[in-house]
Ligand binder design. Structure first.
Ligand code: HEM
Length: 569
């Protein structure tokens, strides 16, 4: 029997086109989200969302869509962003009838072993999260303090020159990455990696590798082909990817695996010998964590590996980005800088007094600076999509049925004029009652603010991250000074950067789930790090001073003696 190939081709093509047209018509006119406004192309496809993900300006795009279409925007055929303070709570609250969207499946390294972050199934997640919470308690944060102080002090020592002059140019983004990575390696698996130390170190590229991996996965997550990626994952794709993954990602994975294996051996050995483990780091608590339901140790070797992997990634880039952003804002806002310096110096007689406790938590201005930094340049900018479960959900008076994706665009909400009035201005005072800011104003600002997200899927590392940030900036301003290099524009917005990116006094980042940073951001520089030489970046110059009592120049620095240095960017 002869086959008429021409006819067959026409039939196949015809079927594909008919399917596409039918799908488009369904999405435009009959889909449960069809009544919501949004750009025409986005209402029947995932391409516009993918396009902006690939450009790294997804957060700006969603912000703009809300300006044009209002608080509910259909930005993909199957998804809407509902960006109001009420929606934030309704969607992310623990009791909400949603779960993480199907697209989070792209984040598992092994489909059969999702970690706490990428678990979609609510029961499975709750089980893992209970164990993680037990391992990330206040006790863990307190035990982490010693490591944070050790690394911060060393970092500050390295940043300052021993002379009475400003230091040479320094890339503060790179330096924040190094601090955070050294710290997380120590906390997660007790491995001192010394990437902040001078000299060659092949681990120094790992924070950059992590960002590369995040960005690649984020693009897959928002691509129209994410389902095509997810389905074969447990059917061979994971194994194939593990074999052929880009070299930097392999480098990062190998580092974590080796660290975990070593640390696990130590813990198992101490356990066998009935000894108390010497190291009280995060891994120790992960290893020791008891599942409150079963009363037994919570995690297997594979689980521990997955969790440590996730924690290294979740903790490194987010906090490092926040530290780099705070540098940016403080160096451009002299009054805020001086107010903070005054608060720290009047609260703590010496740098050694800066420790967790009522004095530190009473530094209101310090926390206002941290809040304002995370509002202006949040470490999580996305809409964190959630799939509605059977039974549907009511948000902002609208009913959303099972199966659709909803989310609140965090960056857009933190830049809402309705809530913040002047969202483009770095104004830490908005978080403090007094000077024309009422209790109601602060309450309203807080209602729309959740940089660590909320509820059962909110960030378990929040206390640790806040402790680190407060420790870094309190110790920094207690003894040091910094400023940006005159004339340098790194990280600033610019008139040529398009809508939403023109603010010179805002740190510009790219959305890769975590912020890719190091601006100035130009379209042809993806990923944006690594293209500049160190000498082109900001500098830190140090000069001696008598610390908080006065900032005169002095001679060589001794321990406990305050040093002032400048960041020139
Ligand atoms: C400034 C620092 C940080 C910010 C702004 C931040 C923000 C967030 C946000 C917005 C989420 C929710 C993501 C989603 O729904 O998809 C999240 C989740 C998470 N974060 Fe953080 N984070 C920070 C630091 C950390 C640190 C230091 C750790 C660990 C030590 C950590 C561990 C996690 C984990 C494990 C999750 C997943 C939780 C779950 O799904 O149950 N984060 N974080």
């Amino acid at each position: 029997m002869s086959v008429n190939y021409q006819f067959l081709t026409v039939v196949i093509l015809g079927t594909v086109v008919a399917h596409y047209l039918a799908n488009t018509a369904y999405n435009l006119f009959f889909h449960p989200l069809s009544k919501y406004p949004g750009p025409c192309f986005a209402r029947f496809s995932a391409w516009p969302s993918f396009y902006h993900t690939a450009r790294g300006d997804r957060h700006i795009w969603l912000w703009r869509l809300h300006q044009v279409y209002g608080p509910i925007v259909r930005y993909r055929h199957d998804s809407v962003a509902i960006t109001t303070p009420e929606a934030l709570r309704a969607i992310y609250d623990s009791s909400s009838n949603v779960r993480k969207s199907h697209s989070y499946n792209v984040w598992h390294k092994k489909a059969e072993a999702p970690n706490t972050f990428s678990s979609i199934d609510k029961t499975r997640h709750a089980q893992r999260r209970r164990i993680l919470n037990a391992a990330m308690s206040d006790k863990t944060v307190k035990s982490a303090q010693g490591y944070v102080i050790k690394h911060t002090d060393r970092w500050l020592e390295l940043l300052s020159t021993q002379k009475s002059e400003w230091s040479e140019p320094r890339n503060m983004c790179q330096w924040s990455d190094n601090l955070q990575f050294d710290l997380m390696s120590e906390l997660c698996f007790g491995k001192p990696v010394g990437t902040m130390e001078p000299g060659e170190n092949n681990l120094r590229s790992i924070p950059h590798d992590i960002a590369e991996w995040m960005w690649l996965t984020f693009r897959i997550m928002h691509s129209p082909f994410s389902d095509i990626w997810i389905w074969p994952k447990p059917r061979g794709l994971d194994a194939l990817f593990a074999r052929y993954m880009p070299k930097p990602i392999k480098h990062c994975m190998k580092f974590v695996e080796e660290g975990v294996a070593k640390r696990l051996d130590q813990e198992e050995q101490s356990d066998k010998n009935g000894e108390e483990s010497e190291r009280k780091d995060m891994f120790h608590y992960l290893f020791q964590a008891i599942d409150p339901d079963t009363g037994r140790r919570g995690w297997s070797r594979q689980d521990l590996l997955e969790e440590a992997d996730m924690l290294t990634i979740a903790a490194t880039d987010t906090t490092a980005a926040a530290i780099a952003s705070a540098f940016f804002y403080l160096s451009r806002h002299k009054i805020a800088y001086e107010k903070l310096e005054k608060e720290i110096c009047s609260t703590f007689p010496t740098a050694d007094d800066i420790k967790i406790g009522p004095k530190l938590s009473g530094c209101e201005y310090l926390y206002a600076i941290i809040n304002e930094t995370l509002r202006m340049s949040p470490s999580g900018m996305s809409e964190f999509p959630r799939e509605v479960l059977p039974g549907g959900i009511q948000v902002e008076g609208e009913y959303f049925p099972s199966g659709v994706n909803i989310g609140c665009a965090f960056y857009a909400l933190f830049h809402s004029e309705n809530v913040y009035g002047d969202p483009s201005i770095f104004r830490p005072e908005r978080w403090l009652i007094g000077n024309g800011v009422s209790e109601a104003d602060v309450a309203e600002a807080k209602k729309a603010f959740a940089p660590f997200s909320l509820g059962a899927r909110g960030c378990p590392g929040k206390s640790l991250a806040l402790m680190e940030m407060s420790m870094v900036f309190a110790r920094l301003l207690h003894g040091y000074d910094f400023r940006f290099a005159p004339g340098d524009k790194t990280g600033e917005g610019d008139a040529n950067m398009g809508w939403g990116r023109q603010n010179k006094r805002q740190y510009q980042t790219r959305d890769a789930f975590v912020p890719l940073r190091d601006g100035p951001v130009s379209e042809e520089q993806l990923p944006i790090r690594s293209t500049r030489k160190d000498s082109e970046y900001g500098v830190l110059r140090s000069r001696m001073s008598s610390g908080c009592e006065g900032h005169g120049d002095g001679g060589g620095r001794k321990r406990g003696e305050a040093v002032r240095w400048e960041t020139l960017r």
